[in-house]
Design a protein around this ligand. Structure first.
Ligand code: SF4
Length: 327
């Protein structure tokens, strides 16, 4: 059975139950009809000023006829909670998963236990899946290292493979074979030179051509913050419960800030692109990030799926020039 996800959750539990995880964000954003999916939700009554990810996921659930969805009701956003309630008339089973704000260990464990119970899964089986995934997560960490240390993996490849770790594209073996193929190919590459090294922080972009545009501008994305969190690589050696406690995205901003500051220094990033989604509460974090980081920060706001606007491209070009001039 396919189990939809609205955000990263302990995927080991779904796999241990013998189900196929489907990250609804990923199938929405790569769909050639992504913009239409947003419009479909608006035609169904969604307001213009609701997040496009939420509208896209709403339409994706209906289009793909997904009838079981794990919804992150705390630690992602309240718009998702409202979204599932708009689907109350459909025959869809929603399983809530709530990350506690203070990452309290007992509460995280209780949420995992409830998910196990809801899916008729098993804790020991989930731990066995975690063990199975560990070498794959380590390969993804290697791929990340090759991005920033060796420059042989592009920022886009880094984004794509890391963001896919929320559901491993629904097929762990096939995904691992693709990762092996990329690693092998990248070992033979010669690193190219760039105008500057940048970090990408914030939720994954809704744009389809951002990374290609940054490459063309000569900016190497050597850090994808949230995508790296999806890989669980920062907690590679931890037990299953700790792994989801260390995951920074669903809790407060402060662990994220620490992670971003550490990686900015480690990876010698010269600037940060802070992606913010229109109508998302996370835009407020831009203020805190700017105060905390010791390098230039460009806030880039995306609304609907599609390409960057001309204005976005001009701003990125100006940012690239600024970073180059600071060298
Ligand atoms: S981008 Fe923000 S508003 Fe949109 S789904 Fe993600 S957390 Fe919610």
């Amino acid at each position: 059975m396919e189990v939809g996800l609205t955000s990263t959750i302990p995927v080991e539990i779904i796999l241990a139950a013998g189900h196929t995880p489907v990250d609804l964000n990923n199938i929405f954003v790569v769909s050639p009809q992504a913009a239409q999916l947003v419009r479909d939700a608006e035609a169904a009554g969604y307001p213009r000023n609701a997040c496009s990810w939420v509208k896209g996921i709403y339409s994706t659930i209906l289009q793909h006829d997904i009838n079981t969805v794990v919804v992150v009701t705390q630690g992602d956003c309240s718009q998702m909670q409202a979204m599932i309630e708009t689907l109350a008339d459909h025959d869809i089973r929603f399983i809530p998963f709530a990350y506690p704000y203070d990452r309290d260990r007992a509460q995280v464990k209780e949420q995992m236990r409830r998910l196990i119970e809801a899916l008729d899964s098993d804790w020991d089986a989930a731990v066995a899946v975690q063990e199975r995934l560990r070498p794959l997560r380590a390969k993804i960490a290697r791929l990340d290292e090759m991005t920033w240390r060796e420059g042989t993996v592009t920022g886009y490849e880094n984004h794509l493979y890391q963001v896919s770790c929320s559901d491993f594209t629904g097929d762990v073996e096939r995904f691992e074979a693709e990762v092996d193929g990329l690693l092998q190919e990248a070992f033979g590459r010669t690193p190219r030179s760039y105008r500057a090294r940048v970090g990408f922080v914030g939720v994954p972009p809704i744009y389809c051509n951002l990374y290609q545009c940054l490459e063309e501008l000569g900016l190497h994305v050597a850090f994808n913050e949230i995508q790296r969190q999806f890989t669980m690589a920062p907690a590679l050696e931890c037990d299953l419960l700790t792994q989801y406690q260390c995951y920074t995205y669903p809790y407060d901003i402060f662990a994220r800030l620490e992670d971003i500051a550490t990686e900015t220094a480690n990876r010698k990033l010269e600037g940060i692109i802070h992606y913010v989604q229109s109508f998302c509460f996370r835009q407020i974090y831009d203020h805190i990030l700017r105060e905390a980081l010791d390098c230039p920060v460009l806030a880039l706001e995306g609304d609907r799926p599609g390409g960057l606007t001309g204005r976005d491209k001009l701003r990125l070009e100006a940012f690239a020039e600024t970073l180059e001039a600071r060298r």
